[in-house]
Write a protein that binds this ligand. Sequence first.
Ligand code: NAP
Length: 306
Amino acid sequence: MSNNENSKVALVTGSSTGIGFETCLALARSGFVTCATLRDKKKSGNLEKIARNENLQIKVFDMDVDKDNSVYDTIEKIITEFGKINVLVNNAGYGLFGALEDFSMDEIKNQFETNVFGVIRVIRGVLPTMRQQKSGIIINISSLSGLAGIPTQSAYCATKFAVEGLSEALSFELEPFGIKLILIEPGVINTEFVKDLIVPPNKYEIDKSGALVNPSYNNKKRHSLSPYSNTVDKFLSFYYTAMSHAPHPRVVANEIIRAIASSSSRENGSTPLRSTVGNDSKEYSKLKKGLSDRDFHELLKKNLLK
Ligand SMILES: NC(=O)c1ccc[n+]([C@@H]2O[C@H](COP(=O)([O-])OP(=O)(O)OC[C@H]3O[C@@H](n4cnc5c(N)ncnc54)[C@H](OP(=O)(O)O)[C@@H]3O)[C@@H](O)[C@H]2O)c1
């Protein structure tokens, strides 16, 4: 891959599928030298094939955001090769959906390890370089679930709310160094997220087509093991339907490109912190601001737990 000194360098986490995959393509098509990082490099075939066909500047690196060495070694390799990091897209993440009591503490801690500490780890890895550059854009992929508490997502929402608070607070200390921070808040997007979803073990499984299967329904009593199955079943049934009509992840990638362009043309300190993507995210974020907590809670119950 040729290294044009003037090209900007972007690092994306979780690039194997979905939003990360599309964001790598969109960044490279916009002229970025794109460092696509994956925890399993064997999954890079499709991305590399498109990059070859379109002659895109995409280079694949290993990165498991749960692991210090994996994150810091890769960032060092990127700096050694390209000398800079202009944009970081913190995208890697997964969903732990279900009733809080149905999860083990380890499952909940793992959810925080990837969705929160993973984000913090990678930010800490790029900051020394961005501070020296006196510039940089950090994009954190949050969610509608970072704006509103959604049924059965207590663990996942807790991680995305954490990313929201982290980003709001961090923007103050980064501003003097010309480093901008942007939260992207998608609603439901049609990605592998649904297949990677962790629902309470022994209660729910996702089959190969991505459909929800409750193995305990196969027995004659059709008895679920979870005392919360009524709420969880209702929400998951809404969610799988919503997912089947959800937008393609390229809408998020396009919004990321738009946000980077808009932020690059603005004065330091005047970049909007948040950007919602998808009709559901836009609508619910407005409703959350406009309604009382009780009315918003009742609305979510009516819409999501039918
Ligand atoms: N899809 C939605 O409805 C939606 C809505 C709002 C926000 N989001 C957020 O968008 C982001 C991307 O999700 P997606 O929808 O594109 O789902 P996806 O297709 O499942 O992609 C998730 C990516 O994260 C990677 N990943 C997970 N754990 C990782 C780790 N420890 N280290 C490095 N990579 C890791 C996955 O790698 P593997 O292939 O190795 O598993 C995959 O590349 C997540 O932060 C998610 O919370 C998604």
